[in-house]
Design a protein around this ligand. Structure first.
Ligand code: F6P
Length: 337
């Protein structure tokens, strides 16, 4: 056997590990589930897939996941285990039911693929019922503290860039200004990076306090500099208001401009995962199972630079990933000239 495969030290000897996806789906989740199932098999541990996240735990929807049960999913978007946001798990009675069901299947530890709400639930669950969990950050928003990249973010960026490239064809053909709304919950990672990649004239994100004057002056400068069309990328929770409010203000200020609005919506969550997200899912899945076998619990797997990292759930859920201000500067330099 290859030496790097031999070097692993398994100290906890779990017989069965459960895996589930929770909260919003994101591309790459299937790659992570596949990696969890196959890493379990590699270490002689049984893997149980729990359908629909915490809801499936409470409703006893559990299926064995052998290496062949996860064939043919690495390239698919969404999550084949399905997912849910589950109110019942917020109640102790719901968590007790979940624990009873896990016990029936012999599940001794869990891998939770989801976001900060899902990790908060896992943390409480461990304190009450002693089931250790490792988390994998699965969200397109990239807003979770403790990792440079969340699963699905890269795919969502590519989806946005592809869509904006198409919108640009109409914008340039008609000399129009398009206000395009992208997702990101209350973080501007998608808008900022997709905006740089797609050549947006202005990027509006919650982390920067832009005013309407800033928006008007950016559009005016663009016209003066010879731009006949513009794309303005607006993050869904920008403090100036909804994309429709912002476009309306712009139309009032520039009655002669031909202005349109596009909301990209859930297409950003769908589609085949990018290579980067598939690889990230694979690395996260291996690191989650091996972390559990090495005695870790209540931590989120992440990637820092080139390396796998582990961050306590407490920290991951309380803090937010800070936006890189140097990227805001890059955006402003390129858009403003
Ligand atoms: O967290 C992922 C995300 O897609 C956010 O970007 C967005 O605000 C939210 O989920 C939408 O949630 P739902 O699918 O429940 O409407």
């Amino acid at each position: 056997m290859n030496r790097s495969l031999e070097s692993f030290e398994n100290i906890t000897k779990f017989k069965t590990i459960g895996v589930f996806t929770s909260g919003g789906d994101s591309p790459g989740m299937n790659s992570a589930v596949r990696a969890v199932a196959r890493t379990c098999a590699f270490h002689g541990v049984q893997c149980i897939g729990i359908e629909q996240g915490y809801r499936g735990m409470i409703e006893n929807k559990m299926i064995p996941l052998g290496p062949r049960d996860v064939s043919n999913i690495v390239h698919r978007g969404g999550t084949f285990l399905r997912t849910a946001r589950c109110k019942e798990f917020m109640e102790k009675s719901g968590r007790k039911q979940a624990f009873e069901n896990l016990k029936k299947h012999g599940v001794e530890a869990l891998v939770c693929i989801g976001g900060d709400g899902s990790f908060t639930g896992a943390n409480i669950f461990e304190q009450e019922f002693g089931i250790p969990t490792l988390g994998i950050p699965g969200t397109i928003d990239n807003d979770i503290f403790g990792t440079d990249f969340t699963l699905g973010y890269d795919t969502a960026l590519n989806t946005v860039v592809e869509a904006v490239d198409k919108i640009r064809d109409t914008a340039t053909s008609h000399d129009r200004i398009f206000f395009v709304e992208v997702m990101g919950r209350d973080a501007g990672f998608i808008a900022l990076n997709a905006g740089i990649a797609s050549g947006a004239t202005q990027i509006l994100i919650p982390e920067t306090q832009d005013t309407f004057e800033d928006v008007f002056s950016a559009l005016e400068t663009a016209r003066k500099n010879g731009k006949t069309s513009s794309i303005v990328l607006v993050s869904e929770k920008d403090e100036l208001g909804s994309v429709f409010d912002i476009a309306k203000e712009a139309k009032n200020h520039f009655p002669d401009y031909d202005i349109r609005v596009t909301v990209l919506g859930h297409i950003q969550r769908g589609g085949a995962p990018s290579c980067l997200d598939r690889v990230l899912g694979a690395r996260f899945g291996v690191a989650a199972v091996e972390g559990l076998l090495q005695g870790r619990k209540n931590q989120m797997v992440g990637v820092k630079g080139q390396d796998i990292s582990y961050t306590d759930f407490d920290k991951a859920v309380k803090q937010h990933n800070p936006l890189d201000n140097s990227m805001v500067r890059v955006a402003k330099i390129l858009a403003g000239t």
